[in-house]
Each structure stands twice: as C-alpha cells, then as structure tokens.
Design a protein around this ligand. Structure first.
Ligand SMILES: Cc1cc2nc3c(=O)[nH]c(=O)nc-3n(C[C@H](O)[C@H](O)[C@H](O)COP(=O)(O)O)c2cc1C
Length: 180
C-alpha cells in the first residue's frame, strides 16, 4: 500500500512531525513525504492513504494573511524563528479545495500551542472536514502535536508522531482495499 504525507509548515515543526509520521508509516506502507507545493495530482492518484497536516493559525488553517504574519514574526530581531524552506509555498487550504478523494483513506494532523483545544483551535479539524467533503474516508481522529510559545516542538512529540504514523498504517490495513 502507498501513503502520501502532505504538509504545510512555516517554522519547520509541522515538517518535522510530518517526517516522523512518514517514518512510522514506513513499517506498513511505501511512503512519499512532500510539502503542498510538490503534492501533484499524480502522487495523489497513486496513494491508498493520504495524511495531511498544517500548523494551527488563528484557531484554524493558515491563510495568506496568517502566513504573512508568521513571516513578519520570524523577521523580528531575536525571534529565534527560522522559516522552513517551503514556507512561501501554497497552503493546504487551497490545495484541499482542489483535490477529489474518491475512495482514498485519509487522516489529518496539526501542530498547535499546548493548551485546551477550545482555546487554541486545531487546524486538523478543518483539514479532516475538507477531506471528508471531498470524498476521503477518514480513518482516525484528527491529531495535534504540541509546540511551546516559542514555536518549539515539545519533548516527546516527534516520537509520538512516529507512533501515530505506525498506528495509522496498521489501522489502514484493516480497511478493505481503498482502490480496486
Ligand atoms: C500567525 C500565527 C497564528 C497562530 N495562531 C495560533 C492559534 O490560534 N492557536 C495555536 O494553538 N497556535 C497558533 N499559532 C502557533 C502555531 O500553531 C505554531 O507556530 C505552529 O504550530 C508551528 O508550526 P510550524 O513550525 O510548522 O509553522 C500561531 C502562529 C502564527 C505564526
């Protein structure tokens, strides 16, 4: 089975989480990990499982305005933030609007601040909603991986992402073949 892991990331945390999820999935799947800018229709067409993730911005999915804010924050003196090489690429919100799922299995994840989800928001929820709307079959509850106020991934989150990837891989195997 083939899995496609697609991520959006401004400061690199969602990229790191996506890469750990991809590592976890490798125990059961042939995995391709790409930023949104490289998630071509051909890659999607060849996938049995799509895993999509983004940072939480303003309680939901990043948009052009919030991405600009992220760039401005990183540019401030002493921010300590480094922009991911793919940070200027297209966002997952626009990409998801253009992808039809057919019977492909899918799961959503995000990175967000540590805290009560009702206060922080969770980008994984709108991602899962959009995936469902486009015909994807969601196989796991949306997952959040946590950063601190300095936008640094909390200890243990990368490993948790790897384990989540392994679990997703195992769960997807219990579904009947997504494609004939
Ligand atoms: C413009 C902006 C808005 C943000 N809004 C939220 C928010 O509403 N809730 C939250 O938990 N985190 C918020 N954050 C923190 C991001 O979720 C955090 O920077 C992100 O998870 C880091 O992922 P990345 O390194 O892949 O960009 C915001 C960050 C930025 C730059």
């Amino acid at each position: 089975m083939r899995a496609l892991v697609v991520y959006e990331s401004m400061y690199g945390n969602t990229h790191v989480v996506a890469s750990n999820i991809a590592d976890g999935l490798r125990s059961t799947h042939e995995v391709t990990l790409v930023p949104v800018s490289e998630a071509t229709p051909e890659l999607l067409a060849g996938a049995d499982l799509l895993v999509a993730g983004a940072p939480t911005h303003m309680h939901g999915l990043p948009r052009a305005t919030s991405r600009r804010m992220a760039v401005q924050t990183a540019a401030k003196e002493g921010s300590g933030l480094v922009l991911d090489p793919e940070s200027r690429g297209p966002g997952i919100h626009d990409w998801l609007k253009s992808v039809a799922g057919g019977r492909v299995l899918a799961a959503a994840f995000d990175t967000r601040l540590s805290g009560v989800p009702a206060f922080t928001g969770r980008a994984s929820q709108p991602i899962a909603r959009l995936l469902k709307r486009h015909g994807y079959r969601i196989i796991a509850a949306p997952a959040s991986f946590l950063v601190n106020k300095q936008s640094t991934l909390l200890d243990g989150e990368a490993e948790r992402a790897r384990r989540w990837g392994m679990t997703l891989g195992a769960v997807s195997k219990t579904y009947s073949p997504a494609r004939a």
